[in-house]
Design a protein around this ligand. Structure first.
Ligand code: 8CM
Length: 367
């Protein structure tokens, strides 16, 4: 059985270990262009020992941004901004990026500025669209425009164009955001998709847009490089699709080129009372999907203890561990975890500028 610190190979890419930095929106870009903040944020975590660093959910169009601070990949200036960052990450880890369209959750204030929709009459607000004209609710109460067939085709092509730019910018791992109530996820969820045409109305119809986006992106993303999706497989809500339907979607995505599924939540409703928050609460679901869809799987959510992360990999519950809060609080989490697990030379996870001095020392000793 592999351990947390064994390499992981997917297509032509080998990660030095099973630790992945989760895509985390920084809301710090201007006009979608990443800057020094992104270089330092992602660079520190690449140097900190993770095998895979996935850059934040980056919008495939200006309309697809959650907030005005979102990074993007819909123009060349943005791709150029990412190039410097991927070059740095590659010295230490594999650079990935998540592509996203926010759908009905677009046109919002940054989390620390309220996390709610910008008022429709505010000149900073923009048009939002979704499968059905239904507001998410909570602070996100703008009613989106119902998408036409032309809107749907255009959104799909925006994912394709952004995937091409991601390749040109030097990314070696592409993740599509099919979770958290954003555009693609909202097509799949009966909580958000009330359409009666070919893009809704049945499990088959609700799966159509995710399948079309994946197929179109796979056509332009090289076969030798991993393509993953973060998929919201459950909302823990009575109105959702059965988990079996999510598993069936994973199988179909796999059959058209998906390499790994990052198992996450739907967040298609502000009602999250049913979510059983607790350490590793998504792991049993990730394990089931890994087994039943026979696909490589990443598990995240409330994982931060090294022994827990290691056990998930050893027990074949997931292939990768996706860390968000743990990496926010300590970019050197992999180094500390290697110490905690008793690995012989944990400092070797770090660049020589640090490793030289830390050789043989306990990580928390400051003298
Ligand atoms: C923010 C933007 C996009 C996402 C997010 C968040 C915050 C938490 C989360 O997911 O789980 O997908």
């Amino acid at each position: 059985m592999p351990t947390l610190f064994d390499p992981f190979r997917l297509k032509d890419i080998e990660l030095r270990n099973r630790i992945a930095v989760a895509p985390m929106c920084q809301y710090s870009a201007e006009d979608g262009v990443p800057n020094d903040w992104h270089l330092v944020h992602l660079g520190a975590r690449a140097a900190g020992g993770a095998g895979l660093v996935i850059a934040e959910g980056s919008a495939v169009s200006a309309q697809g941004r959650i907030t005005l601070g979102d990074a993007g990949l819909w123009n060349d200036a943005q791709a150029e901004g990412w190039q410097r960052i991927t070059a740095f990450i590659k010295r230490h880890a594999v650079p990935g990026i998540q592509l996203a369209h926010a759908g009905r959750k677009a046109s919002a204030h940054r989390p620390w500025d309220g996390d709610d929709h910008i008022a429709a009459d505010d000149p900073r607000a923009w048009d939002t669209m979704a499968p059905s004209p239904i507001a998410l609710g909570g602070g996100l109460d703008r009613i989106p425009r119902e998408m036409t067939d032309a809107d749907i085709a255009q959104a799909r092509e925006e994912f394709v164009a952004a995937a091409k730019r991601a390749l040109g910018a030097g990314f070696e791992w592409l993740e599509l955001h099919f979770a958290h109530g954003f555009l693609v996820q909202s097509f799949f969820s009966p909580l958000a998709n009330h359409r009666r045409d070919g893009y809704g109305g049945s499990a088959e119809g609700r799966a159509r847009f995710p399948l079309e986006v994946l197929a179109a992106v796979r056509d332009v993303w090289p076969e030798r490089l991993p393509l993953s999706v973060r998929l919201g497989v459950t909302d823990f809500h009575p109105g959702e699709q059965p988990l079996e339907e999510s598993i069936a979607l994973v199988r179909r995505l796999k059959s058209i080129g998906l390499d790994l599924v990052d198992v996450s939540l739907g967040f298609n409703t502000p009602d999250v009372d049913g979510v059983p928050w607790g350490p590793g609460f998504m792991v049993p679901i990730a394990e089931r999907i890994r087994r039943e869809a026979a696909i490589a799987t990443a598990a995240g959510w409330r994982i931060g203890e090294p022994r827990h992360a290691d056990a998930i990999v050893r027990n074949a519950q997931a292939d990768l561990i996706l860390l968000a809060h743990a990496e926010l609080s300590d970019p050197h989490w992999p180094y500390r975890a290697a110490h905690a697990l008793g690995l012989p030379r944990p400092h070797e996870l770090l660049p020589i500028q640090y490793a030289h001095w830390l050789n043989g020392r306990e990580p928390a000793v400051a003298v």
